[in-house]
Design a protein around this ligand. Structure first.
Ligand SMILES: Nc1nc2c(ncn2[C@@H]2O[C@H](COP(=O)(O)OP(=O)(O)OP(=O)(O)O)[C@@H](O)[C@H]2O)c(=O)[nH]1
Ligand SMILES: [Mg+2]
Ligand SMILES: [Zn+2]
Length: 358
């Protein structure tokens, strides 16, 4: 059990397991995820795992299937080194986004995380608008966000400039300046990661997530690739999400760089990310003020006085619209799923009665 605890096992998960489940199955954590293929760890050992047919068929959506960081119950065949996953335990937190290119499907990026490191670097990747997007989803996930500004070894003048750029979006979220190659800030980061259960590293390709993981794990576990000189973009070196235990305690999840980060039901997360705007909005004349052309809008007034950056206000309005649009799409989808199930049920009932009449 000791080793299971080192992987992040807590009473939140153990209390979900019934006695009969405990007798038949082994608790394990998903440490790698491929296409319907997993690697799960029981602490001392890990196994190649696939899904039980029943789990796959009863899953109403992708969110019911395991993701990296999930705790599962599995039937283990130790001699073969394989296992079958029968149940995914209820998550304590999870970072999700709309699946790339499909606004009606959710993708779980990491499950059961305590801290999200939003990694950016002291070059063209550093973009306050993108950080707001990550922050909204991080707050929504139930984990605590920390911004990491990596590659502090690059030009120091640039570094201060990027630091100043992101300061207005932080709203109290801690920021750590690191250099994975020179070592700046790594002791601080190691301490933070060691004290916070499970930590996921998220951010664009090329910002240095895997280099940070290697530095913290103290080993070249993850491949890294140089970025392109022309635009500071990475080359998508990491292709799968993966979980690592740190020698000094703490668990890390490395993720592939994300090209786009579409929101997924982030209303609460947006409120926290834009706490400054939300607080100004309490003084708007109308309760449902859209902070556009209404009279008596305290938010627009603050922007006009220069107390709120115009770019930040634009970003807030844009993200709110995006979230509302996505939520209406999800509602539509949920509605059509209910209709489909109702039709299926009606058809089954008709068949049942037809059989009985015979
Ligand atoms: N100068 C400098 N370069 C760094 C630093 N950290 C990472 N790099 C370099 O940046 C490049 C990309 O690093 P990776 O660790 O592969 O980036 P990543 O975020 O994992 O990228 P993906 O896996 O594609 O998402 C490599 O050439 C690293 O050596 C740093 O602190 N300073
Ligand atoms: Mg990587
Ligand atoms: Zn207003």
């Amino acid at each position: 059990m000791q080793t299971l605890h080192a992987l992040g096992w807590t009473s939140f998960f153990s209390q979900q397991v019934t006695d009969s489940e405990r007798a038949a199955w082994t608790p394990a954590r998903v440490i790698w995820e491929g296409r319907e293929q997993y690697r799960i760890s029981g602490g001392d050992e890990d196994w190649r795992a696939s899904l039980a047919g029943r789990l796959r068929h009863t899953a109403a959506s992708r969110t019911d299937l395991p993701a990296v960081g999930d705790w599962v119950l599995a039937a283990v065949r130790a001699a073969e080194g394989t296992a079958t996953i029968h149940r995914v335990l209820t998550r304590q937190s999870c970072f999700s986004r709309a699946a790339a290119g499909r606004s009606t499907e959710v993708q779980i990026v990491a499950a059961n995380i305590d801290t999200v490191l939003i990694v950016t670097s002291c070059n063209l990747d550093c973009n306050p608008r993108r950080i707001e997007r990550y922050l909204a989803l991080a707050w929504e996930s139930g984990a605590r966000p920390v911004v990491v500004l990596n590659k502090a070894d690059l030009d120091e003048g640039d570094r201060d400039h990027y630091y100043a750029d992101i300061a207005p979006v932080l709203q109290g979220v801690p920021v750590t300046l690191t250099s994975a190659v020179r070592g700046d800030g790594l002791a601080e980061l190691r301490e933070l990661v060691g004290a916070s259960g499970t930590t996921a590293l998220l951010g664009s390709s090329g910002v240095g997530k895997s280099t940070l993981v290697n530095a913290l794990v103290g080993d070249s576990r993850q491949d890294v690739l140089p970025i392109r000189d022309s635009d500071d973009r990475g080359r998508h070196s990491t292709t799968a999400r993966q979980l690592f235990c740190l020698p000094g305690g703490g668990v890390l999840i490395d993720t592939p760089g994300m090209r786009e980060l579409q929101l997924w039901d982030a209303e609460g997360g947006l409120e926290q990310t834009f706490a400054d705007v939300e607080s100004l909005a309490t003084a708007c004349r109308f309760r449902n003020c859209s902070h556009g052309a209404e009279p008596g809008c305290a938010v627009v007034a603050a922007a006009e006085r220069g107390e709120l950056e115009a770019a930040r206000l634009d970003s807030y309005l844009k993200l709110r619209r995006e979230d509302a649009f996505l939520q209406s799409r999800h509602d539509e989808r949920a509605q059509s799923e209910r209709t489909r199930l109702a039709r299926q049920g009606a058809k089954a009932a008709r068949q049942f009665y037809k059989l009985r009449r015979r």
